[in-house]
Design a protein around this ligand. Structure first.
Ligand code: AMP
Length: 114
């Protein structure tokens, strides 16, 4: 989608710190990190949110989550633990409407979330 900032990152039309890419997904450093490790994993194809996916997209969703886990390993936080987060919609705190999985770690996480 031409005016989507994450589509532009995936297409390398704007700069970002990409740490992984494959045919279906791109992972890059969050520009405003909320933890020592904060990576975003996005699908290459534009999907506004997880609410738009259905059973036919289960392969894509699983790829995003497993890529998140692989990024945690790559960043050295797999053993200490981490959180994968998919903010969805207004009450979910979503601000960028291109599906993304946050990979957060490097410090203890709290529960319940704010
Ligand atoms: P959410 O609030 O779940 O929609 O998360 C959007 C995330 O995208 C936030 O953590 C932002 O800091 C991050 N973000 C926004 N623009 C950029 C960008 N150009 N490069 C990297 N991360 C970004």
């Amino acid at each position: 989608m031409s005016d989507c900032i994450f589509c532009k990152i995936a297409d390398k039309k704007i700069p970002s710190k990409i740490i992984h890419e494959d045919d279906k997904a791109v992972a890059f450093e969050d520009v405003n990190p909320q933890a020592p490790t904060h990576v975003l994993v996005i699908p290459r194809k534009h999907v506004a949110s997880i609410a738009e996916l259905n059973a036919a997209d289960s392969g894509l969703l699983s790829h995003l989550m497993l890529t998140g886990a692989a990024m945690a390993k790559q960043k050295g936080i797999a053993d200490s633990g981490y959180r994968l987060v998919v903010n969805t919609g207004k009450h979910g705190g979503q601000t960028v409407f291109h599906l993304h999985v946050h990979v957060l770690g490097g410090r203890p996480m709290h529960w319940p979330p704010g």
